[in-house]
Design a protein around this ligand. Structure first.
Ligand code: IMP
Ligand code: MG
Length: 333
């Protein structure tokens, strides 16, 4: 088996969907698998000029690749069927969508409970309560839902019956929302780091590439204060269209935190890095980031991007870094 993993390096919303979609097109993947999270994720994908927002179904579906919702995910059955139907209506072949039989379900009582959250600022999709029941051993599995039967697979049989599996593991959320590595309790209830993909039946030695995806600035949605008091961040929000794909909430904005980025790159074991939305800083014409706890300003895009590369583990491996500035494609800047 060969496994590549796509993970978010910040607080989610780094355009992982775009990167996964791009990799699906060019790679020889037999499978694409979502490995964590549930309907809290919103992956915005432009396929043949049409915009899609997926919450569950991995980007492989756009290219006729077996697309698996893994055992690390939690699934709302109704939302899953709605998403499937939307894709079908748009002419996407969904016959290769599969669900791990040991994936857990989000129940109505989970939704009701999550809807009352005021402390974390959750997406209210029932994630926390569903994972709580999973770990409390009082959850419901996908194989307990009759209507899911045609989609169910056993991950062991699916991934280990042949030697030809090349799988792309699609993460949701990001490092700073990881239940252990994020700023607890302002985190999600699953693991969002590369190691989390392995829990879905991927042996460690299968891992080839880890694509860390970030933005050249940072955003966060939730209850804690994140955005400094400076009108530049409203500009970044507007130009960058920083509004949630799942909830429509405004994302708080801040400069890139290079210290946090390095922690994330190292713990994820990122072999490649894509930093998106360079065009947004071009438009607001400000080049700043935080490093070693201080704000640093730069005169030009080049100066800042070079500074980023030389202060990450990629300083001797520049060819594995991509800066992208087009929301539809993975175009270089
Ligand atoms: P939950 O995952 O819905 O429980 O939300 C917990 C925290 O993670 C909240 O701050 C959410 O806004 C944030 N969050 C969850 N999923 C995403 C995502 O896909 N993108 C960005 N933020 C997310
Ligand atoms: Mg998102």
């Amino acid at each position: 088996m060969i496994a590549d993993i796509v993970v978010g390096l910040q607080h989610g919303d780094e355009a992982k969907g775009k990167v996964t979609h791009h990799l699906c097109k060019d790679g020889d993947y037999t499978h694409v698998m979502r490995f964590n999270g549930g309907g809290n994720a919103g992956h915005t994908i432009y396929h043949n000029g049409q915009k899609f927002v997926t919450h569950y179904i991995p980007a492989g579906v756009f290219y006729g690749i077996t697309s698996v919702i893994g055992s690390g995910c939690v699934l709302n059955v109704k939302d899953f069927f709605n998403e499937l139907e939307e894709l079908r209506k748009a002419g996407i072949d969904t016959s290769l969508v599969k669900i791990a039989n040991n994936c857990h379900l989000i129940r109505n009582d989970h939704l009701e409970e999550d809807n009352k959250d005021e402390k974390i600022g959750t997406t209210k999709k029932g994630n926390g309560p569903a994972y709580r029941n999973k770990y409390n051993r009082t959850g419901m599995l996908a194989k307990d839902a009759l209507e899911l039967e045609p989609f169910l697979i056993d991950l062991y049989e699916e991934l280990h019956s042949s030697d030809d599996v090349i799988i792309l593991c699609e993460g949701a959320q990001g490092f700073q929302l990881d239940i252990d590595w994020g700023d607890y309790p302002y985190v999600t209830s699953s693991h969002c780091i590369a190691a989390s993909a392995l829990l879905n039946g991927i042996p460690p030695q299968a891992v080839r590439h880890v694509w860390g995806v970030g933005k050249v600035y940072d955003t966060y949605v939730g209850q804690k204060d994140f955005e400094p008091d400076d009108p530049i961040f409203s500009q970044i929000r507007d130009v960058g269209e920083e509004y949630g794909a799942t909830t429509g909430r405004s994302r708080q904005c801040n400069w890139l935190d290079l210290d946090a980025l390095n922690r994330s790159l190292k713990i994820n074991g990122a072999t490649h890095m894509v930093l998106n939305k360079v065009d947004v800083l071009q438009k607001v014409n400000r080049w700043s980031l935080k490093h070693l706890g201080k704000l640093k300003d730069f005169q030009s895009q080049n100066e800042m991007l070079q500074y980023i590369v030389s202060n990450t583990p990629f300083k001797d491996n520049v060819s594995n870094v991509m800066f992208s500035g087009n929301k539809h494609n993975l175009s270089l800047v």
